[in-house]
Design a protein around this ligand. Structure first.
Ligand code: GDP
Length: 491
């Protein structure tokens, strides 16, 4: 008799959880997941977090640091030999020496940081907290619902979605190819590859900043990790009714087989081996990109937050739930790149994200883990000023736009500082959903002139923090994020 794969997965997961649990009794360890869709800021966030902990950054809201109780933090070899190391040193050199943004996350990686600290009660001996940080693409989380769907159901749903709104305009080439595919024709590798390539190109186009859609599974099509080009990724939807099962030897059967193996070799192992072992999770959200793209992107971002939440349905750590279920007991949603806004809008950004997550919590009927939101810039690339324009005083930001960035006819050289009026976020969070109100228009109005500054990216900062022995990277509210994620373990 052949037992289903998930029984072995659960046995393995149980064994792992027991090992983690007993190791944690002697050496308190926190496994922190950092995720978010591509370009949401994961690499920059982790590099900045580690840098600030190692170098005693300015973190006034992070109690253990502000109270001077962190004696030392150091990097140590990570426990998992099968997970690549997060390349902290290279990323930090890029940020601080070259003033370049580091290479973004493309696969899972890990880094171990050990924090020596004094308890709040001032016990005689220092304690240690071992922090294992896992960086993984948020796209992979959005694959969870596939486990409950057959190939035909997934196909029907994916095609129906691709015919709506902005997606329809981006899916033309793939739809044209799809119209000529016959699911009952004999299987054909070349057709499968062409279909997968056109389907992937459509997913990529929908992810582009100008559209900024976010619900685009299967996750590995956008973030293949080490599986680029493998047969498990060489499939695509076919236009078949949701209750069909294509005859054996057909193109449809070949696609369905690969879809099932995608779930077996990619989706399940990720959830069992990595996701289920996390204790805390930060989900980074590029909300500004969605606001800039408009209400469709905002609505989809909210649906995405709901799906992310549903992965964490089981909350608080109990022995039983830690053995077989996700054990995350705190989730932080962090809107990144807040330095693209004047500080007068930071609270508004936080309010909008809180509004979106509370609706997502309702829709996902989520209960359990504690959820918080914050607007952060892990690395602050701008400073603030007020500029006068047409008799108005506009709260603005100043930074060095990346070389090659443009606004109107202006092309930036990567060296020159520019002041930009980024616009205000609306006071009422509902406004970003509201098509009639034009969504969030503020960033569209650069000043002076009317060039489109919405997508302007800035270089990492050059300045050092005065009065410190070594320079630390400036940030916005990174300390709030740390306090929520780690504070209670450093009391
Ligand atoms: P990942 O794909 O989630 O790993 O995203 P990254 O961390 O590589 O960030 C993607 C891009 O977003 C970077 O190259 C920067 O241009 C920008 N970015 C990320 N974090 C910040 C931040 O704190 N401030 C600013 N101004 N830009 C950021």
């Amino acid at each position: 008799m052949r037992l289903p794969g998930y029984i072995f997965d659960e046995a393995r997961q149980t064994a792992r959880a027991l090992i983690d649990f007993s190791a944690g009794l002697f050496n308190p360890t926190l496994r922190l997941g950092v995720t978010g869709l591509s370009r949401s800021g994961k690499t920059v966030f982790i590099a900045a977090l580690i840098h600030n902990l190692l170098n005693g950054g300015r973190l006034p809201v992070f109690d253990a640091m502000a109270q001077g109780r962190i004696a030392r933090a150091r990097l140590e070899p990570q426990p998992d030999d099968d997970v690549p190391r997060f390349d902290y040193e290279t990323h930090l050199r890029a940020l601080m020496e070259a003033r370049r943004w580091p290479e973004s996350t493309r696969r899972i990686s890990e880094l171990r940081l050990v924090i020596e600290y004094q308890s709040e009660r001032g016990a005689a001996r220092d304690r240690t907290l071992t922090l294992d940080i896992f960086d993984y693409p948020g796209e992979w989380l959005l694959d969870l619902p596939l486990l409950d769907k057959s190939y035909a159901e997934w196909s029907a749903e994916t095609i129906a979605m691709s015919r709506q709104g902005a997606r329809a305009g981006l899916a033309g080439a793939w739809h044209a190819h799809l119209a000529n595919l016959d699911a009952s024709a004999p299987e054909d590798e070349n057709l499968a590859r062409e279909a997968a390539a056109l389907f992937t190109a459509y997913l990529r186009a929908a992810r582009d900043d100008r559209v900024a859609l976010s619900l685009l599974p299967p996750g590995r099509f956008l973030m293949p990790g080490d599986l680029d080009g493998s047969p498990a990724l060489t499939f695509a939807p076919l236009d078949i009714p949701p209750d069909t099962s294509p005859p054996s030897g057909s193109l449809g059967a070949m696609m369905a087989r690969r879809y099932e193996s995608y779930k077996d070799v990619v989706v399940r192992p990720f959830f069992h081996e990595h996701f289920a072992r996390l204790d805390r999770q930060v989900v980074l959200v590029d909300a500004l990109a969605a606001f800039n793209a408009g209400p469709e992107a905002v609505r989809e971002l909210q649906a995405t937050l709901g799906q992310v939440l549903s992965c964490f349905r089981v909350g608080r750590q109990t022995l039983w739930s830690s053995l077989v279920r996700p054990r995350v007991d705190r989730i932080l949603f962090a809107a990144t790149k807040a330095d693209h806004l004047h500080h007068t809008s930071h609270d508004r950004l936080e309010n909008i994200l809180a509004y979106m997550t509370s609706r997502a919590i309702e829709r996902a009927k989520f209960s359990g883990a504690q959820v918080d939101v914050a607007a952060v810039a892990a690395v602050r690339a701008t400073r603030e000023a007020t500029i006068e324009h047409a008799g108005e005083r506009l709260p603005s930001i100043i930074g060095v736009p990346l070389a090659g960035e443009s606004a109107g006819s202006q092309i930036f050289d990567g060296e020159t500082e520019t002041a930009v009026f980024p616009g205000d976020l609306p006071d009422d969070p509902q406004a970003v959903f509201d098509a009639a109100a034009g969504g969030f228009r503020g960033l569209a109005t650069g000043a002076p002139g009317d060039a489109d500054y919405r997508f302007l990216r800035f270089r990492p900062p050059a300045y050092r923090t005065p009065g410190r022995s070594g320079p630390t990277l400036p940030h916005i509210r990174l300390d709030r994020a740390l306090q929520f994620l780690l504070g209670d373990h450093l009391r």
